[in-house]
Ligand binder design. Structure first.
Ligand SMILES: [Zn+2]
Length: 400
């Protein structure tokens, strides 16, 4: 039976004031202006219909706390159970696609979701991320062989080891490669270095040979520059953007994923200097970095860096869209959350309401064009993924 959605439509690009979407099996087969009467169909009438939301940078860590030791030491069965729950929570919050950039479970979640064994968004997953030995996410208090064994990263040093690490990630089932071009904020109040240019070039070359995009965690101008020169596809976080790097990002069509939501979380540090340094960088990220990104018209996509912890819980990922609305029009925010994010993470035939595209749709109560807060979970009345209704099931009229 056909599924028909009627209402105001945002199609990933523009608004159709009153339109009809016809879904057959897993695809959108027609998008029409005006109300079309369709026989033998289930009808959903809504205030506002749009493509499902996308979180282009998140992690299925399945942890309660937010620290490197917890992320590494967490019991793997707990991670699997909590992440299966998070998959469902994300879908019911309107997210029909997410990209996990480093975790122990995401490639498996992706496989099981595609087989229909669990429910959740489409998952693009890096499998393990790639990082230098002794880098940011390496729990250095532990012996190295043990740290490597429990890590969600492959540690590699030198272009040759890094090529091997890319192949290891692909062997796991990775559909994107994640690299650390820098560390994050260290306790000492500086940004630790990540891969060198020759290591990054080897990673990008090996990934692109396999048809995979490369997502680069980059804190600070140097890491952003090295990532650009190496040819990565998306800059993650991107703190310390300047005119020159923004220009290069624009010219090369790289996506910029500022993950603002994660920096709103209160941060505890035992080192007051580190805290001051961190706060300065973040203040700049919310002001200069975003101003420069907007002035250069960079492709900006929603990504939260939420991990499923208490402070960064899955289900609240719409927060990134709300923060982005400080810098761009609500129409631009909706694009960043759907079509642009889908393109940035390489999703084909999703992210738009278009004929022939997969039917990943949400029906929103209210109008996110007037108020982006309407993307919060309580306003998501229906979620349709691959043509199936996962939220709001049974609420539609059946016409015979
Ligand atoms: Zn991340």
């Amino acid at each position: 039976m056909k599924l028909v959605l009627v209402g105001k439509i945002f199609d990933g690009e523009k608004i159709i004031d009153k339109g009809t979407i016809i879904v057959e099996d897993d695809k959108i087969t027609k998008v029409l202006e005006g109300i079309e009467k369709v026989d033998n169909a289930k009808i959903i009438e809504g205030d506002f219909i749009m493509p499902g939301l996308v979180d282009a940078h998140m992690h299925f860590f399945g942890v309660e706390e937010d620290n490197v030791m917890a992320w590494n030491l967490v019991n793997e069965i707990d991670v699997a159970i909590r992440s299966t729950r998070d998959m469902e929570v994300l879908l019911r919050s309107g997210f029909t696609a997410v990209r996990d950039l480093g975790s122990k479970v995401a490639v498996r979640l992706d496989k099981l979701q595609r087989r229909g064994e669990i429910i959740g968004p489409t998952v693009i997953s890096s499998g393990f991320s790639l990082a230098i030995t002794g880098g940011n996410d390496d729990p250095k208090e532990l012996p190295i062989d043990f740290a490597q064994r429990i890590s969600y990263s492959f540690y590699c040093d030198s272009p040759y080891e890094c090529r091997k690490a890319v192949r290891m990630a692909i062997r796991q089932g990775a559909t994107v490669i994640k690299v650390y071009a820098s560390g994050a904020f260290s306790q000492g109040g500086i940004i630790l270095p990540g891969f060198t240019l020759d290591e990054l070039k080897a990673i990008v070359d090996e990934s692109h040979r396999a048809g995979l995009k490369v997502a680069s965690h980059a804190y600070g101008r140097e890491a952003i520059m090295t990532s650009i020169l190496a040819g990565v596809d998306t800059i993650e976080h991107g703190l310390g953007l300047d005119e020159e790097t923004a220009q290069m990002i624009k010219e090369r069509g790289i996506c910029y994923i500022p993950t603002l939501a994660t920096y709103q979380i209160p941060f505890e540090s035992v080192n007051p200097e580190a805290k001051v340094y961190r706060e300065e960088m973040i203040k700049r990220h919310f002001t200069d970095d975003m101003r420069i990104a907007m002035e250069h018209k960079l492709k900006i996509a929603t990504g939260t860096d939420y991990v499923g912890s208490k402070k960064r819980p899955h289900g609240q990922n719409y927060i990134e869209a709300v923060i982005l609305s400080r810098y761009m029009s609500n129409l631009e925010v909706l694009k960043a959350s759907t079509s642009v994010a889908s393109e940035c993470i390489g999703l084909r035939s999703r992210g738009y309401v278009r004929e022939g595209y997969k039917a990943d749709l949400i029906v929103v109560k209210g109008n996110p064009l007037s108020n982006v807060e309407d993307l919060s979970p309580s306003h998501i009345l229906y979620v349709v993924k691959d043509g199936k209704v996962f939220k709001g099931y049974g609420l539609y009229k059946e016409l015979d």
